[in-house]
Design a protein around this ligand. Sequence first.
Ligand SMILES: Cc1cc2nc3c(=O)[nH]c(=O)nc-3n(C[C@H](O)[C@H](O)[C@H](O)COP(=O)(O)OP(=O)(O)OC[C@H]3O[C@@H](n4cnc5c(N)ncnc54)[C@H](O)[C@@H]3O)c2cc1C
Length: 420
Amino acid sequence: MAEQADTRAALEVAVVGGSIAGCAVAIELARAGCAVTLFERSGEELKDRGAGIGVPAAVIDTLIARDLVDGDIARFPAPAFLRISRTAEAPDYGRLAWAQPAVMLALNWGSLYRNLRRRVPDAVYRTRCQVTDVRNLDDRRPRVVLADGREHDFDLVVCADGYASLGRRLLFPRATMAYAGYVLWRGALAEAALDDPAPLERGIHALGYAGGHGIFYFVPGPDGGVARGRRLVNWGMYHPVPAAELTAFMTAADGTLHEGSLPPGAMPAATEAGLKALATRRLPRYYDAIVQRSQGTFAYAIYDCPVPGYRRGRVCLAGDAGAFARPHSGAGALKGMHDAIALGAAVAAAGQDGQALDAALAAWDTERTAENNRLVRFGQQLGHAFVDAIPDWSGMDAAAMAAWYESVVTIPSDYLRVRG
Ligand SMILES: Cc1cc2nc3c(=O)[nH]c(=O)nc-3n(C[C@H](O)[C@H](O)[C@H](O)COP(=O)(O)OP(=O)(O)OC[C@H]3O[C@@H](n4cnc5c(N)ncnc54)[C@H](O)[C@@H]3O)c2cc1C
């Protein structure tokens, strides 16, 4: 992070939330010359979100070029989405309907986070600081209120506080999360626990079944291992849960109701056993064995949340605190980093001139709102295609699959192609 020669002259910025988006914003704004303070409600315990993350190949080059991540961050290519279904003739590995070309790299979420966190000095990253309010929203010095009663005024506040964002609620109270009608049930298995890793080598495996699909792919292991034997199989299965049953589904074994996600170890044993029984009916045996061997599976509900804007005055949103897209969109962690890079450029270009800063923030707001709401719509299209209205792939060949995909997914993708 760049040295701040004279922090009294620098723009004072508060970042709320210290995960992917918050760290990226802190890095970019410090490099743009701002005096940054980051407030994170949790401690320094290891943050993780499961395991895998797919990143469009070009994006990682940008992140490396900007020194947001190390040049040797653990990754490997996933050149295709192998769209497979179980048939009577292929009960073990399934029948490949289409190797849909993709330009993706598989990363481990934890190593992406640690790369970013290392670039934020500890003096900037304040742990156990929960923000409970942001006041004076229409002033040039909005006020951040902490749970312990402390209050601080800043020139700019960036809320990167995740999908259940306080910042989003304050800025846009009418922007609500709309439940998509299904959940993503997830797990991971060490490669060493596989009988045979070879069938999983060729990319991201997408297993279609009535009511959804499952994804299975290798990601680097928790220690960054990309060599054979040291990777993790990251998997997830989409599963319809009617809105009326979501509360029961999200209630943990100990009776706690979780909003949004049911973390590892929380799911009632009967629920996990029921999902595993469904996996046996839906998946070819090879993939079902991976699911059956996985312990501590977890789930999160799928939501859409487009937003009317990314900013009010000097308070901005970044990452999942802004528009929230379904995981199919591939936006995940990257949306926040793009928000941060663009915000850093806007602030750097405006310099110390308050009017120029307001104009730069307005332009940033317009651009990020359009792009990230587009990702929400893209996620909805993919959700409709691959979950709500997924056709039976068992009789379809590559040409039929490509024609079907083009007829239902009209928004261009950073990572999915129709032809190689
Ligand atoms: C259960 C789950 C699993 C996921 N798995 C994947 C995956 O495998 N791959 C993928 O690409 N994406 C995954 N995602 C999405 C991915 O985690 C997010 O897209 C990404 O982490 C977004 O980063 P973010 O920084 O915007 O928000 P988050 O990572 O949600 O971080 C928000 C941060 O803000 C802090 N915070 C919140 N409120 C306050 C407050 N009031 N005061 C101070 N701090 C606050 C939180 O503690 C947290 O550190 C998953 C999401 C969930 C919920």
